[in-house]
Design a protein around this ligand. Structure first.
Ligand code: CMP
Length: 152
């Protein structure tokens, strides 16, 4: 059975504050495997497609302007229950409600500038991965700790 995958994006504040390594370190040390990564300044069209479910909300325009304001990192991570477990590691959307020990709970205070995005469901993960990556940009490979991080 293919391993569960999720989409993670480090936002402009996370890149500017040099939190990329910290975010990757946390996901790696938990046992998740990085299978795709790229860096880009999002176009407005791409940002609007990503955040289409928020269109019409009062924070939507501001969210789009923020997310295209600087470089972002896109990643696909793989592992056991990757979607729900990585959401838990990211923490609540409002960093003031995020538990200490989560990325937002440790590094953010402002809802818009909350460092990182992670897919909220398997369906969202599939949609978001396809939005940013071609199938051939996702790398299948084995690493030494696969044996310890899966139930096989
Ligand atoms: P994210 O996980 O990327 O999903 C949608 C984003 O919209 C969210 O993180 C926040 O950055 C932003 N967002 C959600 N609610 C609000 C809000 N009330 N005010 C400002 N930004 C918000």
């Amino acid at each position: 059975m293919p391993k569960e995958r999720t989409f993670v994006m480090i936002k402009p504040d996370g890149v500017a504050r040099k939190l990329v390594g910290e975010c990757i370190k946390r996901l790696e040390q938990r046992g998740f495997k990085l299978v795709a990564i790229k860096m880009q300044v999002l176009t407005r069209a791409k940002a609007e497609e990503h955040y289409i479910e928020h269109k019409g909300k009062d924070f939507y325009e501001s969210l789009i302007n923020f997310i295209i304001s600087g470089p972002t990192i896109q990643m696909v991570w793989e592992g056991e229950e990757a979607v729900s477990q990585i959401r838990a590691m990211v923490g609540s959307t409002n960093p003031l409600e995020a538990s200490p020990g989560t990325i937002r709970g440790d590094f953010a205070l402002i809802t818009q500038k909350n460092v990182i995005h992670a897919s909220d469901s398997i369906q969202s993960a599939e949609r978001e991965i396809a939005l940013y990556f071609l199938p051939e940009e996702i790398v299948e490979y084995s690493v030494g700790d696969d044996k310890w991080m899966t139930s096989m």
